[in-house]
Write a protein that binds this ligand. Structure first.
Ligand code: GCW
Length: 840
């Protein structure tokens, strides 16, 4: 309490130092659209903004644009714009090109502006100096308004503007993997904002707010249900519910789309078949689509996942993905709808004993031969890598394998394999690498960003799709800093030439304000975070060494092996990596255009960061850096854990510079991440040490002088348990309190007297809320309840977490005692205690 008060006073003093903006409670709901009041200096430069707002046409979209403009300017400058319909004096003028032309016939309009693009320009209208926001379409006007407000929020100069902005790809969509029961597959931020108990939510306020956020970054379509689609989404009775979602989307220019199950004609339509070429099936899709458009005239289209991970598909009838896609696409065509057909099609019952088998080959093997067979309103939606959203994969060769077919790239905003929004992992850094990657198709410069925009082969459509999975949590994605990924996706979908640095800076400025220290610190953290995550999880392109068959969260090194899922790294006692070369491996490398094939085919030229994706090498193999593979594994994991700890230090420097609650929320997460990075580090290092038999040249792996293993403590009631897999607990063991209502584990402190930091490593499952109490002698020093929500029902790498007790005064001979009170199926499980002399 005293400490709190002290911080409070200090906070007020500090506040005075850098501006008067109150550090109000911020739930994160407004994300990057806070429109927080500008500091006096910044505000001064917008004094000259016109006081009038003229919206030349009347429509729901332009009403949104108008409302947003007023809201933004009011929030940031305190002024309320006066709205009008015609220019009578200086004004901000919003309207389509046609309306602007009518109002200012003398103004030369940019000729090349298309669809969603917009023009921000200072020009005269009826003799008055105006700031014009215009576009061929109303939606573009709205985008222009958001762009203008973003400039003001970040303190950019808006005098004398003349800026044309054009999106790179026409289709910039997000997919939500929401189920009709309200849960979200791979969602980490609460239940669905769209569905509840089998229906569309009665209250769609959040869905509308989401659409506004999406519009602000130029996203123009949203698929609201899981690609593992429930056929009921197309039930006639469900369509009016979908129409309600479309209504809240429409005013923000976001088109509604849904994922559909290919067997719908049979399951829902009572046909005895869903063979795409059966005339009754064709007719079923036609009439269904017609019914949808009758209720939702601006419906966007469908997404299809078929013949994948147990989903039904055209293969049941010996038909191809093109047969299936075209039938549905033809139903959509007259209404202007599109069909996204996912290339994530593979056999998950592969024989792992056959070294020639390779899941990475699947998308190209299946879709490349069909190039040219898809209708023009079909887009093949291709995950960025050949496997599945791993922290590091090469670019999918299929992105360079379609010349006569529309394609889009699928990125994952939700951090399924990158820390599930408990870890900080800023993905635009990775996405830059993917979008910029030059596939050298036909020997030309063909970066992925141009291929997916349809520019290389002059396709009618191109797309960037991001799997978002926001939920009902006030701040949308759980981790407050995770919203940088949604923001970054939208910005890159619009302009893939933006650097992750620019995006990080923009987002931080919009979210936290213009305090240079905050922008600099958060930007640096964001930019380091993906590499950091990769460092303490999976090395050298071996993929994330996570629990592949389960949570996709904590370490699970062998979970990928000896099963049919095909995410093999093939590590054994001699070496590691998948041989995907043409000469001796699976030939996956041969799917790339020659220049890239040659790069990955040779062990000499494969970049270190992807070495183990393409080559099987002994642990003693030397990387280009000169390090052996095994030493790299050790070093990168230690570095990664150290970097994660550093995030905590960096964030702490922002206390009182960001709102208190947000500060505290992020701090807790970063501290957890730093602890979990150690769990990852140790699991991987210990596993490779045991498997390879090669020690760490720096002597760190397996040596933890500060640790006291729980199983070596003096136990009362507690019993020793084996943790599986063994590498997910220190020493492979922990202790649990099974038979009684309370247990203790104690040990004697025998080191020098001083102030120590004690970390208690325990397991927090989601099937109980155990209680822990810590005593030093008779002194009660801490207690807590293990009530976090990790994806785990038993002790292991997913549930392993730590409690830090700082400033602990200890003397030799002190007895340190941990009391565990089990609850439900969680038996107050403990792994170890670590004691470190405090540096202060
Ligand atoms: O990565 C896997 C996920 C599945 C997902 C699938 C897909 C929706 O683990 O949860 O299913 O990819 O992309 O279809």
């Amino acid at each position: 309490m005293l400490r709190r008060l002290h911080i409070g006073i200090l906070g007020v003093l500090l506040l005075g130092g850098w501006g008067l903006e109150p550090l109000h409670a911020d739930t994160g709901q407004d994300a990057w659209l806070r429109y927080a009041s500008l500091e006096a200096a910044a505000r001064a430069q917008y004094e000259s903004l016109p006081a009038n707002l003229v919206v030349l046409e009347d429509s729901p979209l332009l009403n949104s644009a108008q409302g947003e403009m007023i809201r933004g300017v009011k929030g940031m400058t305190g002024k309320t714009l006066l709205a009008g319909k015609s220019v009578q004096e200086r004004a901000i003028v919003l309207g389509t090109l046609a309306a602007i032309h009518a109002a200012a016939p003398g103004l030369a309009l940019p000729s090349a502006l298309e669809a969603d693009g917009f023009w921000l320009v200072t020009a005269q209208v009826r003799g008055f100096d105006c700031l014009i926001v215009t576009s061929p379409r109303e939606r573009g006007v709205l985008y222009g308004v958001f762009a203008l407000l973003s400039k003001v929020a970040r303190g950019d100069n808006v005098a004398g503007l003349n800026e044309v902005r054009q999106p790179s790809a026409a289709l910039r969509w997000v997919d939500q993997w929401d189920n009709l029961n309200g849960s979200i597959e791979r969602g980490y931020a609460g239940p669905s904002i769209f569905f509840e108990k089998g229906s569309v939510r009665a209250d769609l306020t959040r869905a509308g707010e989401y659409a506004r956020l999406l519009a602000s970054i130029g996203i123009n379509g949203c698929t609201i249900n899981n690609v593992n689609a429930d056929p009921r989404i197309l039930d006639d009775g469900f369509l009016p519910q979908l129409a309600r979602v479309a209504d809240v989307f429409r005013v923000w220019g976001v088109q509604l789309a849904v994922s559909v199950d290919l067997s719908s004609p049979k399951v829902l339509g009572n046909l005895d078949s869903f063979d795409p070429l059966d005339p009754r099936v064709i007719e079923w899709w036609r009439t269904k689509v017609e019914k949808i458009y009758r209720q939702i005239p601006d419906f966007g289209g469908f997404v299809v996942k078929a013949d994948s991970e147990g989903r039904s598909g055209p293969s049941s009838y010996g038909r191809t993905p093109a047969d299936a896609a075209n039938v549905i696409a033809r139903a959509l065509k007259p209404h202007g709808g599109v069909l996204f057909y996912r290339a994530f099609v593979y056999d998950h019952h592969l024989d792992w004993r056959n070294l020639k088998n390779d899941r990475a080959r699947a998308a190209y093997d299946i879709f490349h031969p069909l190039d040219g067979k898809f209708d023009d309103n079909v887009i093949i939606q291709i995950k960025y890598g050949p496997i599945d959203f791993q922290a590091r994969e090469p670019v999918s060769p299929l992105l360079g394998g379609l010349e006569k077919t529309n394609e889009g790239v699928e990125l994952q905003i939700t951090q399924e394999y990158t820390g599930q929004q408990r870890h900080l992992c800023f993905l635009p850094t990775m996405w830059n690498g993917i979008l910029d990657f030059d596939l050298r198709v036909n020997g030309h410069t063909t970066p992925v960003k141009d291929l997916v925009a349809g520019k290389v082969f002059h396709r009618p459509s191109g797309a960037l799709v991001g799997v978002a999975n926001v939920g009902m949590d006030a701040n949308w994605l759980g981790h407050p800093l995770a919203m940088a990924n949604l923001y970054g996706f939208g910005r890159l979908a619009w302009n893939p030439n933006l650097s992750s640095e620019m995006i990080a800076e923009e987002w931080t400025g919009l979210t936290f304000g213009t305090d240079r220290v905050v922008v600099k610190t958060v930007t640096a953290m964001l930019l380091a975070s993906w590499r950091t995550y990769e460092n303490y999880t999976g090395p050298l392109g071996a993929q994330t060494l996570t629990d592949i068959t389960g949570s996709h969260y904590g370490p699970g090194i062998e979970s990928s092996e000896r099963n049919g899922w095909g995410q093999w790294h093939r590590a054994d006692h001699e070496g590691i990596g998948m041989d995907r070369t043409v000469a001796t491996g699976t030939s996956f490398a041969g799917q790339y255009p020659p220049a890239i094939r040659d790069l990955y085919d040779s062990i000499q030229t494969t970049p270190d960061e992807l070495l183990l994706f393409f080559q099987h090498v002994p642990y003693t193999f030397r990387l280009h850096s000169g390090k052996t593979v095994i030493q790299y594994i050790y070093d990168s994991h230690y570095e990664g854990a150290e970097q994660a700890a550093d995030f905590v230090r960096q964030w702490k420097s922002l206390e009182h510079r960001v709102p208190d609650e947000l500060y505290a929320d992020v701090l807790v997460r970063l501290e957890y991440q730093a602890g979990h990075a150690i769990v990852w580090r140790d699991a991987i290092c210990n596993w490779f040490l045991r498997t390879s038999g090669i020690p760490d040249a720096k002597g760190r792996v397996g040596n933890h002088p500060d640790r006291i293993e729980a199983e070596e403590m003096h136990l009362k009631g507690y019993s020793v348990m084996d943790v599986t897999p063994w590498e997910n607990a220190s020493g492979g063991k922990g202790i649990e309190c099974v038979k009684t209502s309370a247990c203790t584990a104690s040990f004697r402190f025998e080191r020098a007297a001083g102030i120590y930091e004690m970390n208690v490593q325990y397991f927090d499952q989601n099937n109980g809320e155990s209680k822990f109490r810590i005593f030093v002698g008779d002194r009660h020093v801490d207690e807590w309840i293990a009530n976090d929500h990790f994806p785990a029902t038993r002790p292991g790498g997913d549930s392993s977490t730590r409690r830090r007790i700082s400033g602990l005064a200890l003397r030799p001979g002190d007895e340190i005692r941990i009391e565990g009170i089990p609850d439900g199926a969680e038996h107050a499980p403990l792994d170890y205690v670590e004691l470190r002399a405090s540096t202060k």
